[in-house]
Design a binder for this molecule. Sequence first.
Ligand code: GLY
Ligand code: MN
Length: 464
Amino acid sequence: MFEKEIYVKRRAALKSKMSNGILLFLGTSEASVNYPGNTYRYRQDSTFNYFFGLTDPDLAAIIDLDSDEEIIFGNDVDIDDIIWMGPQPFIKDKAASVGVGKSLPLSNLSEYVAKALNQGRKVHYLPPYRYHNMIQLHKMLGIGFDDLKAGASVEFIKAVVSLRLVKEACEIAEIDKACDIGYAMHYTAMKMAKLGVLEQELVGIMEGIAVSQGLMPSFPIILSQNGETLHNHSHHQYLTEGRLLVIDAGAETNSNYCSDFTRTLPSSGKFTTQQKEIYDIVSAANDLVISISRPGITYTDVHLKMSRLIAQGLVNVGILKGDVDEIVAEGAHALFMPHGLGHNMGMDVHDMEDLGENYVGYDDTYKRSTQFGLGSLRMGKMLEPGHVITDEPGLYFIPALIEKWKNEGINTRFINFPLLEEKYYNFGGIRIEDDILITETGCRLLGSKRLPHTTEAVEAEMAM
Ligand code: GLY
Ligand code: MN
């Protein structure tokens, strides 16, 4: 938790961006795994944490834009809770610790909202992503489940996004911490990865590091020698000669700030010549992004410049043919990189994806492309100081996708299908991901150390 003034200032900034009505914030509740008392690890809602700093379950808040009243809703513990959970501060003291002067029991929330609705006032809420909160909103607002997302306040969403997207110094310090934990997770895996080791063992050790130094991994760890599957959560294979291991993982601090790194390791500790050729393209693409990202360029432009580099690299090894500008304009390179270059990161690893990707990564000026590959870019708009984004180029050989393009005649004039069939169907994938902060003049890598990212550095680290 930051100092009280941070939350007071954030709420004042939010109010200054809104017109009138009431703002309704729902925190999260515990979620059961297999019976009510056995719950998943608890995680507060990011927007609630951002404006109110309290990370306990079953809290809600209201900001009345017309009267300027702020209220935290929550229940004080009773003697039963004290027996099982120990004594807890009163809600009014928790509220005071973040500069909120009024608190009420949670059961008063629906009455408060009903009164506002009866007075014909606008109740602004954010798109819900937890079923419990959908039920609460449905009961309070009378909106059908299927209409809840569409009924969320665009004005509220845009105001929250504009604040959360530009990181304050205290947030950057937390993200740096999350990156240092992420570094430790990856570095340990890099040291432990040896022929015969089970992928799941690496996952377990990495998760343990995240939990022992912070809250948890920032998303379920992606770790597989079938790295051509972009988000592969199967970890059942033993490390085998000649394969590539993609590890995409990050940590979340206790204050809910995240990191997200990807490294690709040769299972045996040594890259083959073919693997090196492709790895060097991805590594150069990752470096290019760091060298050109700065205020005044859109991340779409960075993605496209990076795309030209990977297209040229694939032409050089004979996988693509033709003019690089044409290849990128037609999106032919996206057969090998079907995802976007990166996304915003903060209190969510895909920052504010719950509020709607297009509000976060695009705006009225910069619209999302519909082209395959580029259309998956989550962050496309103009870069500004304080933006935190991932730089995650990759190259993948997905036999089913290659076959589909061949059979359907998609971009066939640019693609050397016989070479792919002969040499690349068992290649797997390569992704290299770092986290960057846009500064006044350029960008910097987040975290105090950069994970090895060249073939030489990775091989040297794995050999030590
Ligand atoms: N690192 C996982 C993702 O960006 O989707
Ligand atoms: Mn990522």
